[in-house]
Design a protein. Structure first.
Length: 318
């Protein structure tokens, strides 16, 4: 049976429904929880997050994949209660957003140690929560090139993916040659990897999305909604039409629909920073899907993007 690890237990992939494949319940830099300026009570965090997840559920959203890595505010007991309260399946990750957000304890660890840790979180559970990770997060540190630590994390992730059958999702798809070399060396099929943020305003030009797809990788257009049209756009914003045209070109003209995934990379309740006003996971339903329909994309294609492709990607492969 095909199954996917959620924070409340494994479920058949057919039950995932519409999936937001790259999102955050709350993302912050390591240590932000120590700055009193940003302290929020559990009540405040629930008040900010529950309505967004309830709305997601009302719109027909089934599954929210939280790719907040270890050290960036991942809080699995909280995710469990959010999932129970709202009916949204939540998938949690193991791994790191990038080498530059791994705390020294992990930054000094060997490939073997890291791989064992990832495997433990996937097969035994994360901490004492009893919840198993459903995806492995890796990423490229600031600077645009993979660091030695990034490479160690990618290699450990590849080994954990092979051992457990859980897929890998990347923060940034730049410097993909180095990433793919590691995955190839470890013998990991590239359809187990979703190369993320191919569409953001800073990296889109530098990301070889069609080359990655030709190697067999999956490509994430997963910063939808970070638009220059926002009231106070972040530095990675991009004009709405430019991103949409890029996506349509990739899935329709270049024919990579089967390897494409889309998401909003929003924070329900940001940690240690104000977040980006006016942007939530529900961009998928409120703007993106209507934009796709207006561009002539049919319902079967929309289903492929948000139901079938993520189910195939997230299914634990034995
Ligand atoms: Zn993200």
């Amino acid at each position: 049976m095909s199954k996917v690890n959620t924070v409340l237990g494994a479920i058949p992939a057919e039950e995932l429904g519409v999936v937001a494949v790259h999102e955050h319940i709350g993302y912050g830099m390591p240590g932000s929880e120590l700055d009193t300026k940003w302290w929020a009570s559990p009540e405040e965090r629930y008040a900010e997050t529950v309505p967004k997840l309830r709305k997601f559920h009302e719109y027909g959203g089934g599954t929210f994949v939280d790719v907040t890595g270890i050290c960036n505010g991942r809080d699995v007991d909280y995710y469990k209660s959010l999932s129970a309260k709202t009916g949204v399946h939540i998938v949690a990750c193991t791994g790191f957003v990038g080498g530059d957000t791994a705390l020294p304890f992990f930054a000094r660890a060997s490939v073997e140690y890291l791989a064992e840790h990832f495997v433990h979180e996937i097969t035994e559970g994360i901490g004492r929560t009893g919840s198993r990770a459903g995806v492995i997060k890796v990423g490229v540190s600031r600077g645009g090139r993979m660091t030695e630590l990034d490479k160690r994390i990618y290699r450990a992730a590849a080994r954990a993916a092979l051992t457990t059958g859980v897929p890998i999702l990347t923060h940034l798809a730049i410097d993909a040659e180095n990433a793919i070399a590691i995955f190839n060396e470890e013998g990991l099929p590239l359809d187990r990897v979703l190369f993320g943020h191919a569409d953001d305003g800073v990296n889109a030009e530098k990301t070889r999305d069609t080359w990655i797809a030709k190697q067999g990788g999956r490509v994430g257009f997963d910063t939808f909604g970070y638009e220059t049209e926002l009231e106070d756009p972040p530095f990675w914003a991009r004009p709405r039409k430019e991103r949409l045209d890029h996506f349509l070109r990739f899935i329709l003209t270049e024919g990579f629909l089967g390897q494409a995934l889309a998401s909003a990379d929003a924070n329900c309740s940001p940690l240690g920073w104000p977040g980006v006003k006016g942007h939530t996971v529900n961009y998928i339903f409120e703007d993106l899907i209507p934009d796709l329909r207006a561009a002539g994309v049919d319902e079967a294609t929309i289903r492929t993007l948000f139901v079938e492709n993520p189910a195939d990607f997230l299914t634990i492969r034995n």
